[in-house]
Design a protein around this ligand. Structure first.
Ligand SMILES: [Zn+2]
Ligand SMILES: [Zn+2]
Length: 464
């Protein structure tokens, strides 16, 4: 078996791994590379292999850095099956549709700039039709059901606890009589998630490919998150302010809604109007509701005995722009949850522009913000900040909670690897910025002294 690391190698973005077994080719993930425009365009448009020669794709979860380039792969001739869990298929279908829209807007923006230089327009990376076509190639398989993906390769999905439907991928390979197990961790959750089950422990692992997003960082304990949210929100509502929460549409929004729901039922928050204002967030929440098979015991019980975890009387989901605009006229205390989580795009920017200048309000960050994004600027205490090209003084209180992370931290990752059984021969560390990946590589050498630990470079090929 041969593996080529074609993405998320010494970085977190653009997951793409090419496997070769018995002369057949299989892709693990086909994510969008997101970075500087020139490099992104080049990497996303051109595959370093012929898509027509790929037999099948296996997908761990629906985040765009893992599935976002599938429409392009299918457009360039890949006609095989794309295997994933049911929830991943449903989430990917709304994510790819949304991504196609972003591609279209992005191409229009670039074409406009080019027109001024007398250059011809550029085509979007893919269209909504391409995304729809890719979705038709999806084949869904439940967790813990082994299934053959090609000669000599059987795949089993196991819980990864990262987002709805996210899976670790177990490859059981029979290479002309030589049998071994290759485990891909996918993106791993912290465990103890409000909604999802914990990452499962996999047995008899021979080779491991593990993520390292936070390979050198430790998060705050998860237990304190709900209490912190409760206190910050309550204080703001008490002084008649509004709470603005930038949140990713998939995962974080549902987690925040469920937290607010629990706090409200416990009498720790007054029943003020709560709005989820983002079409993608609304769609994603509907997908969450459709997949209780991915829920942990506690939320499953909540659903059976109480009510819809993502719905309450004082909560309104907003799709239409006109309805979203009406939120500008709100006078009384309220909570607005909107996307994107880094405040780089989407309706959240309107809400920030409207509310950031009032000291009664709270801007509450519940996720990671990449360097230079509007979210990161606000979190760092900068004032004024530019929103839609206008300077805005930051007078609102700014809060941030890092324990909601969808990714395991250094200790949680180490605990995950320690719990795996089997005689691990090689470990490949992927999906982490170089410093995080290298540091986690060192940690692994201490935990698994008998294993060879590798932090593959971009395009590196390894033979097993
Ligand atoms: Zn992910
Ligand atoms: Zn990822």
């Amino acid at each position: 078996m041969r593996i080529q690391f074609l993405g998320a190698a010494r970085t977190t973005t653009g997951s793409l791994y090419l496997f070769e077994v018995r002369g057949q080719r299989l892709l693990l993930e086909c994510g969008l590379f997101q970075g500087r425009r020139g490099e992104s365009t080049e990497r996303n448009r051109n595959f370093p292999f012929d898509p027509k020669q790929i037999k099948a794709v296996v997908l761990s979860h629906a985040h765009i850095d893992h599935c976002g380039n599938l429409p392009n792969l299918c457009r360039q001739g890949f006609g095989g099956n794309i295997y994933c869990t049911f929830a991943t298929r449903d989430l990917a279908s709304i994510m790819l549709e949304d991504s196609a829209q972003i591609q279209r807007d992005d191409a229009a923006f670039v074409s406009k700039k080019r027109a001024k230089q007398g250059l011809p327009p550029v085509e979007p990376l893919y269209s909504a039709q391409d995304a729809e076509k890719a979705i038709r190639q999806f084949v869904s398989i439940n967790y813990d059901r082994p299934f053959p993906v090609m000669d000599g390769v059987t795949v089993t999905f196991r819980d990864a606890g990262h987002i709805l439907g996210a899976a670790q991928v177990v490859f059981d390979v029979d290479e002309n009589g030589r049998k071994f197990r290759y485990l891909f961790s996918g993106d791993l959750g912290r465990g103890g998630d409000d909604i999802l089950r914990d990452p499962q422990t996999v047995e008899d692992v021979d080779y491991l490919q593990v993520e390292s997003t936070y390979g050198a960082r430790v998060h705050s304990p998860k237990a304190s998150a709900n209490a912190e949210v409760g206190q910050l929100v309550r204080e703001t509502l008490d002084r008649k302010g509004k709470v603005i929460i930038p949140a990713f549409s998939v995962g974080r929004t549902q987690q925040v809604v469920y937290t607010l729901h629990q706090l409200t039922l416990a009498g720790e928050l007054p029943r003020v109007p709560i709005f989820v204002d983002s079409p993608l967030s609304v769609n994603a929440t509907e997908v969450y509701r459709l997949h209780p098979e991915c829920f942990n015991e506690t939320i499953y019980k909540f659903l059976r005995e109480k009510e819809n975890p993502f719905g309450m009387e004082n909560l309104t989901y907003i799709r239409e722009v006109a309805h979203s605009m009406k939120l500008n006229d709100l006078k009384d205390p309220a909570i607005i949850i909107s996307a994107s989580g880094m405040a780089e795009a989407g309706r959240i920017r309107h809400h920030l522009a409207n509310h950031i200048g009032n000291s009664a309000n709270l801007i509450l960050f519940v996720g990671y913000c990449a360097e230079h994004t509007l979210g990161a600027q606000i979190m760092s205490g900068r004032s004024p900040v530019n929103i839609f090209g206008e300077p805005h003084e930051v007078r609102a209180r700014v809060g941030s909670i890092d324990s909601f992370s969808g990714h395991a931290d250094k200790n949680e990752l180490a605990g995950y690897v320690e719990a795996l059984t089997g005689d691990i021969k090689k470990v490949f560390v992927v999906h982490g910025e170089e410093a995080q990946a290298l540091a986690f590589g060192e940690t692994l050498r201490a935990i698994k002294p008998k294993a060879e630990v590798l932090v593959p470079e971009y395009q590196q090929t390894v033979e097993l």
